[in-house]
Structures are given as C-alpha cells and as structure tokens.
Design a protein around this ligand. Sequence first.
Ligand SMILES: [Zn+2]
Length: 119
Amino acid sequence: MAELSDTQKAELKQKLLTLRDDLEQILAASRAGAQPVDLDQPIGRLSRMDALQQQELTKASRDGAKRRLQLVDSARQALRSNRYGECRRCEEPISLARLQAQPETPFCLDCQGRIEKEH
Ligand SMILES: [Zn+2]
C-alpha cells in the first residue's frame, strides 16, 4: 500500500491496538455480565423483564464486540502482510479519514454502503 506512509501506518496500528484493548475490556466486563445488574433489582415480573432485556443488550454488545475484534485482528494481519488500507471487495485504497475513524474497517465507503444495502 503505497498510499499510506509509515507514520500513518504506525498511527493506525496504534489505534488498532487501543481498540483491541477496549474491546477485550468490554468482553471481560460483560462476561461477568447481567449478574451485578440483577442483584440491584427488586424481584417481580417487571424486574424479570428488565433483567431479560438487559441480558439481550449484553449479548448484543458482546456479539458486536466479538465481531469487531475479528475485524481488528484481520486488519492487524493485513498490516503485517502490507495489504492494510486496501478494500477487500474492490481492492481500491480506503480513505485515510475512514481508516482513522474506523481503523478495523475492511471495506471502502462505497463498498460498505453497497454491502449494507444488500443486507
Ligand atoms: Zn471497495
């Protein structure tokens, strides 16, 4: 990837590492999950619904964090093999602004938009 300078790559690599730590913290924190929330809640029909809802939310954010973690890992792999910053779909370079906002993204903005429409 000639489009990214070494400095930019180093910067993005650091961002990926930070993001990875954050995501792992989210996963570690939510693994203990729902329980501390449940303890604070009064017993009853509504609180049971709340607890279930909370569990759903925790699950959703865990799934999201896991998916993102996978993207972070493949982005780091791409960095090592010098293909970082290249859209995995159209192979065009991903804009630096996009990488800075979302360093783990495997797609350029155009492809991301198309993928979202397909789903
Ligand atoms: Zn693309």
